[in-house]
Unconditional design. Structure first.
Length: 360
């Protein structure tokens, strides 16, 4: 091989290495740009539209970490006491998505203004300091009152139906009406029942108006999954300018069974040392007494041992002994529990990191 050819090959490799290095630096340094935090937001403003007086509405903002560095949210605040913001988590790994729910509750304000606004500020302290300000607005109808301001299904048992009734009151036209209800969730249904329509005469020269009232009956179906359910149904009126009235529905559906300690659907085993047994306790609770008929592991690795409880009770503590094999960096297993008298089994995942033993 000639000297000139070797020199060209080395030069080519050098160019590639420099180009790759510059690309990596560019990708990593994007978080140093002045608008790096704003770019992570799917949207940076929201208009709730027209809402009833005393109503409660919410909106979810999505934030995605576009960078290689870990992003940390150090705080979230709003400029109005009527609004509250909560992030689903505060630390985002590269590519991870977090949601920030902003709730505007008109029951917590005494303002007579027909337009309500607030500014949500999200503060980041990693990888560099940044603040993102997000304006949220709403137009308040004083001729509409919703009591309570939302339908709250807190503490509903999974598999059970539940119903809530809200009172809608309108003051204005004699022929005002709600034409339809838009429900997007398959786990909800709603109907309206007109309860009053009467003319109201006032003293003096004040104009008369009509008092129109409805009962809004919202039903949570047994199909609702365990966990938090937050949806908005829409009342469509015959108004020309602002016919759509949002109504917030919130539900906390409690599972028939709970497994702990569990985070994100996984029971954490912590750090495991090869060939060294470690015992953890998995607690299974139910609303009534139950018996575990069978426990099965997803694999036949032999790393796990447990004892089948024979009694029938509301709380069972499974003693789980795990011995990690050598040559692996992590251990993950899925367990299936067959419950006596229940068609659907319970499943849970256990996970642990395998680390070498510390030498004395």
């Amino acid at each position: 091989m000639s000297v000139s050819r070797v020199g060209c090959e080395r030069a080519g490799r050098l160019v590639v290495m420099v180009a790759c290095g510059l690309a990596a630096v560019a990708t990593s340094s994007r978080a140093a740009e002045p608008t790096w935090a704003e770019k992570m937001f799917e949207s940076r403003s929201h208009d709730f539209g027209v809402i009833a007086l005393t109503s409660k509405v919410t909106h979810r903002f999505q934030v995605k970490n576009l960078y290689r560095e870990t992003v940390h949210i150090s705080g979230v605040k709003t400029t109005c006491g009527c609004s509250v913001a909560r992030p689903s988590k505060v630390t985002l790994a590269s590519g991870e998505v977090v949601s920030i729910d902003v709730t505007m509750d008109m029951r917590k304000t005494r303002t007579n203004a027909t337009k309500k606004s607030a500014v949500l500020t999200v503060i980041f302290d990693q990888p560099t300091f940044a603040e993102v300000k997000i304006p949220v607005t709403a137009r308040v109808r004083k001729d509409l009152v919703l009591t309570p301001g939302s339908a709250d299904f807190t503490g509903v048992d999974q598999g059970e139906a539940a119903s809530r009734t809200l009172k809608l009151r309108y003051a204005g036209r004699a022929n005002w009406s709600v034409k339809q209800i838009e429900v997007s969730s398959p786990h909800l249904s709603a109907r309206l029942e007109e309860t009053k329509r009467a003319e109201v005469r006032r003293l003096g020269f004040l104009p008369k108006f009509h008092d129109v009232r409805y009962d809004l009956v919202v039903e949570l179906k047994p199909s609702a999954p365990a966990g938090l359910l937050r949806e908005t149904i829409v009342l469509v009126t015959d108004d020309q300018k602002a016919p759509r009235i949002p109504v917030l529905i919130e539900a906390t559906v409690e599972s028939e069974f709970t497994i702990s300690p569990m985070a994100g659907g996984v029971v954490t085993l912590g750090s495991l040392v090869p060939s060294r047994a470690k015992r953890v306790s998995v607690v299974i609770k139910a609303r009534k007494d139950f018996r575990i008929a069978k426990i099965e592991a997803g694999s036949s690795s032999g790393a796990f041992r447990t004892k089948l409880p024979g009694s029938k009770r509301r709380v069972h503590v499974l003693p789980l002994t795990v011995t990690a094999p050598g040559g692996v960096s992590e251990l993950r297993e899925t367990f299936t529990l067959t419950i006596e008298g229940r068609d659907e089994p319970l499943t849970f995942v256990v996970y642990g990191r395998v680390v070498p033993a510390v030498r004395p």
